[in-house]
Design a protein around this ligand. Structure first.
Ligand code: ZN
Length: 345
């Protein structure tokens, strides 16, 4: 009996140890590589591992083999298999090895060939993570709850917060919140069906992200991990990634509190790009200008008017004199009209 107890204890200890040690490993295929090529390649992979969130490495507990390939298209940096293989373009290895890749400019947002290679490794590993359905326990519970609700009530009775959760297939890229932020919103009146095309192209660092949601997640992961200004440029997406991993890069920049906006009026003497301090916004008015009594139509203008307080009003707020603040804001209001034509985009 003592032997059995000891054996069982050993199994429990082994299981605990192996799950504690389980983690992502990148294994370089060194066949045919010189010592210098192996060293440069290993440094690149170590750099990639150092940039990844701890929970990403812990959840993706597998060994991914990495090799240099001459079979990739000339313009490609790398490509991952669905589960555990990553290939990098062999033609980039000489520059990585002699160090010239670190200064050779690409004309793309990541800057140099070396940085682009690093971004590629992170991008391709994100695809593998995305396909592995590595939902944390809380997320898994939401999916199960929504699937039960779907079975009981059907499509029509599904609660709003369950739309898009019942047929999840990816760790990240079919998350409803991600799709909202990324530019694939729900179509009106279609019970959760989403727009097919992503039209948010004006401020994209890389239009490849609009190809589909899988590429969006992988491209934005590059910037979440490598670009210190990402939280300033895409704060909601930064917050989403941070929530997924319970972690954010150390070097994320402190962002200015003011928000930019475009002066789209016809007064061309005004500075085209203005700035708003959210602390000074007292009121947001929403105006519908329609030729009929309908709330929604194919034609019309909707406008936002911001009532912005004079700086002195902040002092009133701090002192708790709300009426004083309102008074300051009313007399100091400077309103700006933003218009859009819902049917014209
Ligand atoms: Zn990709």
């Amino acid at each position: 009996m003592r032997c059995l107890v000891g054996w069982l204890l050993g199994v429990v200890l082994w299981a605990g140890t192996s799950s504690a040690m389980a983690a992502l490993a990148l294994e370089l295929d060194t066949q045919g590589l010189s010592t210098a090529q192996q060293s440069a390649s290993q440094t690149l992979l170590d750099d990639a591992m150092a940039h990844l969130p701890p929970s990403f490495k812990q959840r993706l507990d597998r060994t991914v083999s990495v090799r240099w390939s001459d079979a990739l298209p000339a313009a490609a940096y790398g490509e991952a298999s669905p589960v555990s293989e990553l290939e990098l373009n062999l033609k980039l290895l000489p520059g990585l090895t002699d160090g010239s890749a670190a200064t050779q400019q690409t004309g793309r947002p990541h800057g140099t060939v070396r940085q682009e290679l690093l971004a590629t490794v992170l991008h391709e590993l994100t695809h593998i993570y995305d396909r592995a359905r590595l939902w944390p326990a809380e997320q898994r519970a939401v999916i199960l709850r929504c699937q039960r609700q779907m079975q009981a009530n059907g499509d029509v009775g599904l609660a709003d917060d369950c739309r898009g959760e019942t047929d999840r297939r990816f760790t990240l890229s079919d998350d409803p919140r991600l799709l909202d932020l990324a530019g694939w919103p729900q179509s009106i009146g279609q019970r959760g069906q989403r727009e097919v095309d992503n039209r948010q192209i004006a401020r994209s660092p890389d239009l490849y992200e609009t190809t589909n949601a899988r590429e969006f997640v992988a491209v934005n992961m590059e910037y979440f991990l490598l670009d210190p200004s990402y939280p300033c440029r895409r704060p909601e997406l930064f917050a989403w990634y941070k929530a997924q991993f319970g972690w954010a890069p150390d070097k994320a920049a402190q962002c200015p509190s003011e928000l930019p906006y475009l002066n789209a009026g016809s007064d061309f003497a005004r500075e085209p790009l203005g700035k708003i301090d959210p602390e000074r916004v007292y009121e947001v008015d929403y105006l519908l200008a329609e030729a009929n009594q309908n709330w929604v139509s194919r034609w019309g203008h909707s406008m936002l008017r911001l009532v912005i307080c004079a700086p002195a009003a902040l002092a009133g707020r701090i002192a708790g004199w709300t009426w004083t603040r309102a008074w300051y804001c009313r007399i100091a209001r400077s309103s700006t009209m933003y218009s859009s034509r819902p049917g014209a985009a």
